[in-house]
Design a protein around this ligand. Structure first.
Ligand code: CA
Ligand code: CA
Length: 544
């Protein structure tokens, strides 16, 4: 082996530099790091992969998710998780029953009777029926004795899912009282407030029509784009705005804690709101959803950041927002609320097939797997309804949350100002090295955006903040080339192919790299309505 380095030098000496495909070398470095991680850093994940495979108990021919079965059969005492312990203590449960094919309505009602339950939601997309207030002993008996007569494929309890951040204290909309946010110990979130920002005043608002509703359009001036905040610059969104592409006529569905429609960054751009949280209207009483909506599509505002005036803007400042509330004021929701929210997006899309729409979902749970009902619903929305779905990788440091594990989701890691993956950002591979998660990275450390129920901005950190950046970039792409509508796989491919790959950071941390809006737009066929000086000259002087 001693001669090996000499052999390498000889090759270098003989071949011109251009003949080397550097990407191959980087690829093998990435492969090497992956293998290293496989051996050391991720040894615990590899064990988890075995857990994924063994995620179900087969009881009476029916797949029952393991933790669900422990709770239903009453065999476990402490799950080491307050949400699961609370679920185990309940006498009545929510349950998601998936069938080989969806039964007739009378059969569904017979099952509801057997379970002593109410039918909550029938989901034809994933052949599932969600029952609520299911009597626990009756459910146990149903699984042991009756389920196999009804073509049941699998059974899941309706687990909790939530924003990946630790919750802020619940907040009521009160303009006089501005509570302090506590630091988030897990993400080192500083929650820096920006009380004295200057709202966008420069250009006249132009009315634009989305889904028969008028939203205001802003024009981004060069000076504004050049002084935009670091996060929009890191993904080169500001360069795309200068091409007159700002996400107009595109809808971004925010599945989150609701949206504060009155915040100056968002006023006039929420074209629809719905709540799937019992007892709560679609307003944001938590703050997470409003912050995410501002990152995806907020109007530009100017703030004093670190002694410098910068413009904070949504990535697609002229996109419209569809507010689909699936998480409550405590930041929590359930698998069923997320499934219902995703089903609503599908129905909305069926009603407005010509309006391009993208889903941004900054939520998840570590208690899921790629075959759980929410991952299935995400995959269904992408594959069957042709809608791109962007999901947070989660803030669990070493694992990817569900539904970030969904194969067809665009799963997003969080990077800081230097493009380095944040320690908290969920690391892959996900479930296997064939389909590595996360898929892409975006800014997610100390991102300023709208603070709900105030006229302020606030900095927050998390893969939650990274996710709407990617949704915003997709809105820019959809405006730039409408033929990308109904092509979610093509969009994902394009984003990954043009992302800025850092060879020092493996794919299992940053996916294909940091999303690059300008590079992605440049790869598309040239738009005909982009300002073309030569065309102008020709038009004016009749040149050929
Ligand atoms: Ca992937
Ligand atoms: Ca890399």
């Amino acid at each position: 082996m001693r001669f090996f380095p000499i052999f390498l030098i000889l090759i270098l000496a003989v071949y011109p530099v251009a003949a080397f495909d550097l990407s191959d070398i980087f690829k093998s470095i990435d492969e090497f790091i992956k293998r290293l991680n496989n051996l050391f850093y991720h040894s615990d994940i590899i064990e988890n992969l075995e857990l994924f495979k063994a995620n179900y108990e087969i009881i009476n021919g029916v797949y029952v998710e393991k933790t669900s079965w422990s709770i239903i059969s009453g065999s476990s005492v402490d799950f080491g998780d307050p949400d699961l312990n609370a679920l185990a203590a309940q006498s009545e449960l929510g349950v998601i029953i998936q069938f080989k094919r969806i039964p007739d309505l009378d059969v569904i009602h017979r099952i509801a009777e057997l379970l002593g339950a109410e039918v909550d939601h029938i989901d034809k997309g994933i052949n599932a029926v969600i029952f609520k207030l299911v009597d626990k002993p009756k459910l146990k008996q149903f699984i042991l004795e009756e389920a196999n007569q009804f073509d049941v494929a699998s059974i899941w309890l309706d687990f909790a899912t939530r924003v990946p951040e630790r919750p802020n204290p619940p907040r009521q909309p009160d303009p006089h009282e501005i509570p302090e946010c506590p630091p988030d110990n897990r993400t080192n979130n500083t929650m820096e407030r920006h009380p004295g920002y200057r709202p966008w005043v420069g250009n006249p608002h132009v009315p634009v029509c989305v889904e028969n509703k008028t939203v205001k359009e802003v024009i981004i001036e060069r000076k504004q784009a050049e002084n935009s905040c670091w996060n929009d610059k890191l993904i080169s969104a500001h360069d795309v705005w200068l091409e007159n592409i700002t996400g107009r006529n595109v809808v971004i569905a925010i599945l989150d804690t609701g949206v504060d429609e009155n915040h100056p960054m968002l006023k006039g751009k929420v074209i629809g709101s719905i709540s799937f949280v019992e007892g709560e209207d679609p307003h944001d009483y938590h703050g997470h959803g409003t912050h995410c909506a501002g990152i995806a599509a907020g109007y530009p505002v100017q703030i004093n950041k670190d002694g410098r005036l910068v413009w904070v803007s949504g990535v697609a400042p002229n996109a419209a927002i569809l507010n689909v509330k699936v998480l409550g004021k405590n930041g929590g929701g359930s698998l069923s609320s997320v499934i219902k929210g995703l089903d609503y997006v599908a129905q909305w899309h069926d009603k407005h097939p010509d309006v391009p729409i993208v889903v941004s979902m900054s939520l998840g749970t570590p208690f899921g797997n790629p075959s759980d009902p929410v991952c299935q619903k995400v995959n269904w929305l992408v594959k069957e309804k042709r809608i791109p779905v962007v999901v947070a990788a989660g803030n669990e440091f070493i694992v990817i949350d569900s539904p970030g594990l969904a194969t067809y989701a665009i799963t997003v890691a969080a990077v800081d100002q230097d493009g380095k993956v944040a320690s908290f950002s969920g690391k892959g591979p996900g479930t296997n090295y064939e389909d590595i998660k996360p898929d892409i990275a975006a800014p997610g450390v100390k991102i300023p955006s709208a603070r709900a129920n105030t006229r302020e901005l606030i900095e927050m950190s998390g893969t939650s903040m990274a996710t709407p950046h990617v949704a915003g970039v997709i809105a820019l792409l959809l405006e730039s080339d409408l033929s990308l509508k109904d092509k979610p796989e093509r969009i994902k491919e394009l984003l990954q192919a043009t992302a800025k790959d850092d060879p020092a950071q493996p794919e299992i941390w940053e996916g294909a790299g940091v999303v690059d809006a300008y590079a992605a737009v440049k790869k598309l066929p040239k738009r005909s309505n982009v300002f073309d000086p030569l065309g102008w000259v020709k038009a004016l002087f009749g040149g050929g």
